[in-house]
Design a protein around this ligand. Structure first.
Ligand code: ADP
Ligand code: MG
Ligand code: MG
Length: 889
């Protein structure tokens, strides 16, 4: 028989798949001897079984009853016992933390009788009534499906009629009345009564948490975070402890270090006389932990000790939730805490310095994604002017957008292409779509641990929270600053999540400290910590990685920058960019040439220009390989648009004049070259075989550039790459021409010019016949953009707009295959080509030059596939270095 329930004393952190993160860590804390209210966990497996069949797995309830009896025995009280009830919380907890996305129900076991028992046993009727109304409110919305806002509305009406601002100012009598209002509300909306049986409450709450796995906002969050949909959630059933028993009680959230900067020192928020939900909801403003030290020094000291224990034990930044019940501290949750990119780097370096982790573990704890974030520009402080408001710097970065005051508008305006900043008093899980759509999130309430802060940090979204000077009027769609400035919806503001400031208008950007460091090897003083930490991570990565990292660069400037960023060569130099701009005329002349002589003249004019381009790049990459790809796109990309031309000619004729003769010739040419499906048309190697003189011109330009550099004492290492080869014979024909031209150049220049000739592998047929192709090719470079297009039969330019969002929604793939390499399909072709290519030519050099070369997940795949290098855009080079190092760990 499969077990579905584990006591907290039986589990541990290594059981997170089965017990969820929260359950596994509650068990771990229990085993470490920390004060955790006792309880048990229903497994994710039970959830999966329930979701699959719609029914509880056999024996589940018997197991729950047995664990409940043990809990009751140890408490000496029964669940919902009328004179002194044992109360429970029912808490969701999946494998990966999904803060606030699923449901938690507190105070299970209260009913019309036991609420009186609780009042007597606790000595506070107000507390008992408040707990009861909280239960009905949570149960009513989560389990019984009543709109949460109906309860909030009833609460607001009551507060209004009593003339009070805070929940805590309502009396026991007020709350007893509110309980009746709530019960009526539930009955009216559902035709059902709020269940009085504690056992029913427990069972229905558990099943509702299971079901919340498939709730809309949980699904949206998972898609955003790439969490699989079939994991299910565990459910934790735990004895309640009470932070809302007066001023010697309270709840809080804390981090063992600052999750925004990674610097040491306890960091957190505390709210006296409150249940934990109140802290994260940002309903009342919290106080810093230092305030707890003043209010209750003994609990604070204990909290510190426990947090030190946890950080040493997990060897990482931990965050925790705790509650103090009349001077007794209880630990309610811990996990390895989410952190900003900056904090991740600083923390990894510090923990390594403290000897808690090894340098390799430190490298494993940072990510290329995080590094990319640190390379984003920052606001230019000198141009910012005075801030409209300041708040808590909850999630760093610089964002500019038009303010909007609700999620629906954020989503709508962002979908229309506008950049928006979502402004709320505080956010709730319902704001998730708006947060995803917005550039930044700004709230007037809540601390670094509020919902807005936690979720934004997790998403890497800019966030300033708790900007208390702001009055946010959602109804009127405006906010007012401390000095009375009114900011209406649609006004552009700049949000600095690193400094915690908001500015009017669009503040100009400057390079980040990390970019400046990468550019010139120096950081600035202020950013020492993070710059040093990044430098250390990169140097460790360079030590351990096997993959080389090259850059895709078409200009000497890009090549030089890539080299400063650590590139070990150019993996893809596209020659088509050199055919644009001023030179377009020459290219047109070549394409339109009626005779061989006319074409040769046009090519001859292009030759010196190309040679100069190549010489510049070879100089910037002196001593390192530069892979130059022969012309790839269909020629009509260099000609005017068919419709534009036709319209121009028609317009001229309509005016009664003669159409421009050049236009008419051009129209004929454009019509002749028009292809329905240019991606699969006359391009790549096919051009070289069909357009006389084109390959020869390009190869001559390369050869002469190499010869020139050699004569100048340089060390040029050009490699010639032929695109879109599908059959070895294509490559053989071009290869013969290349060698002939290089021999000519050698003879003419008196210097031996020798360049390896290789090919791109970007058609399934090339991958499948790689053994044959390797007989001719001296190197392979996977063009994974085209290989993805041709393997899936997707046109990249069309699908992303057309149907990818539907495919992502329906879970066909969790992430676009153009972003992260599709291992099962495209990856399989890569594997075949590597194996067969190397079998035919053991020293075959193999790289990748598609967009995937700078994607962290794909870099790990290429490492595993045995490639020699990845090539990516210059700004991704540091990211690829870091990930190549992490892949080698
Ligand atoms: P989330 O996953 O959204 O953080 P939790 O399961 O942690 O949800 O529950 C939210 C809050 O409810 C907790 O922060 C805690 O303060 C409160 N809570 C949960 N269980 C208990 C309990 N046994 N006693 C007191 N408060 C609890
Ligand atoms: Mg929690
Ligand atoms: Mg291609």
């Amino acid at each position: 028989m499969v077990r579905h329930v584990y006591d907290f004393t039986e589990g541990g952190r290594d059981m997170a798949d089965l017990l969820g993160g929260k359950g596994a860590n509650l068990a771990e804390m229990t085993r470490l001897g920390l004060p955790v209210p006792p309880g048990f966990t229903l497994t994710t497996e039970a959830c999966r079984a329930f979701l699959a069949t719609g029914g509880e797995p056999a024996g589940l309830w018997e197991e729950v009853s047995a664990h409940l009896s043990a809990l009751e025995a140890s408490a000496g009280r029964l669940l919902g016992q009328p004179d002194d009830p044992l109360l429970l919380s029912v808490r969701s907890g999946a494998r990966f933390s999904m803060p606030g996305m699923m449901e938690t129900i507190l105070d299970i076991g209260l009913n019309d009788d036991s609420v009186l028992g609780l009042a007597k046993a606790s000595g506070s009727e107000r507390f008992a009534r408040d707990s009861y109304r909280r239960l009905i409110q949570m149960f009513g919305s989560t389990v019984m499906g009543v709109d949460a806002s109906s309860f909030e509305h009833a609460l607001a009406v009551l507060k209004g009629s009593r003339g009070v601002r805070d929940d805590v100012d309502l009396t026991a009598t007020d709350l007893a009345g509110l309980v009746e209002t709530y019960k009526d509300l539930i009955h009216r909306e559902t035709g059902e009564h709020f269940p009085q049986s504690p056992a029913d409450q427990l069972r229905r709450a558990v099943l509702a948490v299971f079901e919340s796995w498939n709730g809309e906002r949980a699904r949206l969050y998972r898609r955003r975070e790439h969490i699989a949909d079939d994991l299910g959630t565990a459910v934790n059933v735990q004895r309640m402890v009470f932070g809302n028993l007066g001023s010697d009680s309270g709840s809080g959230v804390a981090f063992t270090r600052d999750p925004a900067t990674g610097r040491p020192g306890l960091y957190g928020d505390y709210l006296p006389d409150a249940q934990g939900e109140d802290v994260v909801a940002g309903i009342r403003n919290t106080v810093p932990l230092s305030e707890l030290e003043r209010l209750d020094p003994a609990s604070y000291a204990r909290l510190r000790t426990h947090m030190e224990t946890l950080e040493r034990h997990y060897r990482d930044l931990c965050d925790i939730e705790f509650t103090i019940e009349r001077g007794t501290l209880w630990m309610l949750q811990t996990r390895v805490g989410k952190r900003t990119a900056e904090a991740a780097f600083v923390l990894a370096a510090e923990l390594a310095d403290e000897g808690l982790i090894t340098p390799d573990e430190a490298l494993a704890r940072v990510s290329g994604e995080g590094l990319a974030r640190l390379m984003f520009p920052r606001f230019d402080a000198s141009a910012a002017g005075t801030a409209l408001a300041r708040g808590v710097p909850a999630s760093p970065g610089a964002a500019v957008g038009a303010v909007v005051f609700d999620t629906a508008r954020a989503v709508r305006r962002a979908a229309a292409g506008e950049k928006v900043v979502l402004v709320r008093q505080e956010t709730t899980p319902d704001d998730l779509p708006g947060m995803i759509a917005a550039q930044a999130v700004l709230t007037s309430r809540g601390g670094k641990t509020s919902h807005a802060a936690v979720v934004a940090r997790g998403m890497g979204k800019v966030c300033v929270c708790g900007a208390e000077e702001l009055t946010v009027d959602t109804g009127a769609r405006r906010l007012t600053t401390a000095d009375g400035t009114v900011v209406e919806e649609g006004t552009v503001v700049s949000v600095d999540g690193s400094a915690g400031a908001v500015y009017a208008g669009s503040v100009p950007l400057v390079d980040s400290a990390v970019i400046r460091f990468l550019e010139d090897g120096r950081g600035d003083e202020g950013a020492r910590g993070v710059v040093d930490a990044v430098a250390r991570a990169l140097s460790r990565a360079d030590t351990v990685r096997r993959l080389e990292v090259r850059a895709n660069a078409d200009t000497p400037e890009d090549a030089a920058r890539a080299r400063r960023f650590g590139a070990q060569g150019v993996g893809l130099c596209r020659t088509e960019h050199m055919f644009l701009g001023e030179r377009r005329k020459l290219v047109e002349r070549m394409i339109l040439a009626g005779t061989d002589a006319a074409r040769d003249r046009a090519l001859a004019e292009l030759l010196p220009l190309q040679r100069q381009d190549f010489a510049g790049i070879l100089e910037a990459m002196d001593g390192l390989p530069v892979t130059i790809r022969l012309l790839d796109p269909p020629l009509h990309e260099f000609l005017p648009d068919l419709t534009d031309l036709a319209v121009r000619i028609a317009a001229a004729e309509a005016r009664g004049g003669e159409a421009d003769a050049h236009d008419v010739d051009m129209l004929t040419a454009v019509r002749r070259m028009h292809e329905e499906n240019p991606m699969l048309g006359l391009r790549g190697v096919r051009l070289g075989l069909v357009v006389p003189g084109l390959v020869a011109m390009q190869v001559r330009a390369i050869g002469e550039a190499v010869a020139g550099r050699l004569r100048a004492g340089g060390a040029p290492r050009a490699e010639i790459m032929v695109p879109l080869v599908g059959d070895v014979r294509e490559l053989r024909l071009v290869g013969e021409e290349v060698r002939r031209v290089l021999a000519d150049v050698s003879r003419e220049s008196g210097v031996t010019v020798d360049c390896p000739v290789g090919t791109m592998i970007e058609l399934p047929r090339a991958a499948l016949t790689a053994g044959r192709i390797a007989e001719e090719a001296e190197f392979f470079s996977f063009g994974t953009n085209d290989l993805t297009q041709t393997t899936w039969g997707f046109s990249r330019d069309d699908v992303e707009a057309e149907f990818f969002s539907a495919y992502l929604d329906k879970g066909v793939f969790p992430v676009s295959p153009f972003e992260t390499l599709d291992r099962d399909g495209v990856g399989r072709l890569v594997g075949i080509a590597v194996a067969e290519g190397r079998a035919a030519r053991p020293d075959l050099k193999i790289g990748v030059c598609g967009e995937h070369g700078g994607d962290p997940d794909s870099v790990h795949f290429f490492h595993g596939a045995g490639l020699d290098y990845v090539s990516c855009s210059p700004f991704r080079v540091p990211v690829a270095r870091l990930e190549a190092g992490r892949a080698a760990l």
